[in-house]
Write a protein that binds this ligand. Structure first.
Ligand code: ZN
Length: 410
């Protein structure tokens, strides 16, 4: 696919990274009454900047159309809640946060994380453009501003005297169309010695693990520590620490402060990780060229398995209805011809259908009722949690199928 667009960070020219064809918005679950209506599909192709090697999508869909009502409620995953609770404990201690501090979360979703700061008496403010999830946050006692974050919102807050000791953003940086405005805004609301932590799926892991299903329209950018540093530096901030996390198939948490803030010296973790990224060749354009071929091979292996299973008369159900599952199913062309249905714990998704593939979504109990031979785990990053919850499928001899990094039957 050709593009004339330029890099959303530096304005440089783009080269193709991987083309996943046409796909619907992966969080646009279909209600029964919409099944016979037209459904918009958009190109799902990722590019890499020839100048700064930031991997990115073009903006085919305005963020207002994606994020004003969002089906992803964070509070439905136990593993995710544990992750949030531990983060709050660590940061409260590390930064000595208390009743005179302030924490601002960008993309605060349903308040699943900030609720733990509220429990500890630390004042918080959530910012999220989706009114429906913000409503759920308010019910948890998390004050939430329903807005897109950028320079404009940051100025309003700073002028109103609202600045933060801790600004955090989990899996939100990827979803920002105007990257420069967002990162500049962080600098504006960060107190002089404040700390910002940002989590995002690590492109190093995405590439190494064939995780092409991390790519979807809602994720405009895909980062390494190397590219993140360039972006924060360009806006007067410095990354002083990085942590590698298991979330989303391998994520990074970067810690940033104002560039001139001497209270946070740069730790060895930063140069160690950047060294590894350079060793993996992530600073060079050529490294990005062979990913597309590996993605095609992953697709063929998964389809071979499914065709073989169906030829043997086996039945398959899915587990989960995550955004990444929709990229996988649409790209591979897997519909109810292979997968009878999927299940999800989120009541918002139950009774609806997956975008594009129109696979129905049921509550998890459906699996025990229908006893499929295989359960395909779509949020494969949570496979241990899911296999433990669904251990009962072994009682009728069923097995789990994990699609990424390549199909495996467990
Ligand atoms: Zn660039």
């Amino acid at each position: 696919m050709n593009t004339t667009a330029s890099c959303r960070f530096c304005g440089g020219p783009l080269a193709e990274f991987v083309d996943l064809g046409m796909s619907p918005l992966c969080e646009s679950y279909i209600a029964k009454g919409q099944l016979n209506s037209m459904e918009p599909f958009y190109p799902l192709a990722a590019y890499v900047c020839r100048d700064c090697v930031l991997v990115q999508l073009q903006e085919h869909v305005a963020p207002e159309n994606i994020f004003s009502e969002y089906a992803y409620f964070s509070a439905y995953s136990d593993t995710w809640l544990d992750h949030a609770r531990r983060y709050v404990e660590t940061m409260t201690e590390r930064l000595g946060l208390g009743s005179t501090s302030r924490v601002i979360e960008l993309g605060s979703n349903d308040g699943y994380l900030l609720q733990y700061f509220v429990e500890r008496g630390v004042p918080v403010l959530g910012i999220d453009p989706a009114a429906n999830v913000a409503g759920a946050a308010e019910q948890r006692g998390v004050p939430t501003l329903v807005k897109f974050f950028g320079v404009e919102t940051a100025r309003e807050l700073a002028e109103g005297g609202i600045r933060a000791d801790l600004v955090l953003g989990n899996n939100v940086l990827a979803q920002v169309a105007n990257l420069n405005s967002f990162v500049e805004g962080i600098g504006l609301i960060l107190k002089p010695n404040g700390v910002c932590t940002i989590e995002f799926p690590h492109l190093l892991e995405t590439i190494a693990g064939n995780q092409f299903d991390q790519i979807y329209h809602e994720h405009f950018s895909y980062f390494t520590a190397l590219t993140a540093e360039k972006i924060f530096m360009a806006h007067g901030m410095r990354i002083f620490h990085v942590e590698e996390l298991w979330t989303h198939g391998g994520s990074l948490r970067i810690y940033a402060c104002h560039a001139g803030d001497a209270t946070h010296s740069t730790e060895a973790s930063v140069s160690r990780l950047m060294h590894r990224e350079r060793e993996a060749g992530l600073h060079r354009l050529e490294t990005y060229a062979d990913f597309a071929e590996r993605v095609l091979a992953t697709k063929r292996k998964l389809l071979s398995f499914l065709i073989e299973a169906k030829n043997c008369g086996k039945s398959l159900a899915g587990y989960g209805a995550p955004g990444k599952g929709n990229t996988l199913l649409n790209y591979c062309g897997i519909r109810t011809d292979f997968l009878d249905y999927t299940v999800d714990r989120n009541p918002y998704k139950q009774g609806k259908y997956l975008p594009g593939t129109h696979i129905p979504i049921f509550p998890p109990e459906k699996i025990a009722e229908t006893r499929p031979d295989y359960v395909l785990i779509l949020p494969w990053n949570l496979k241990d949690e899911i296999m433990a919850q669904l251990a009962y499928i072994r009682s009728w001899g069923a097995r789990f199928v994990v699609p990424i990094p390549e199909v495996s039957v467990i």
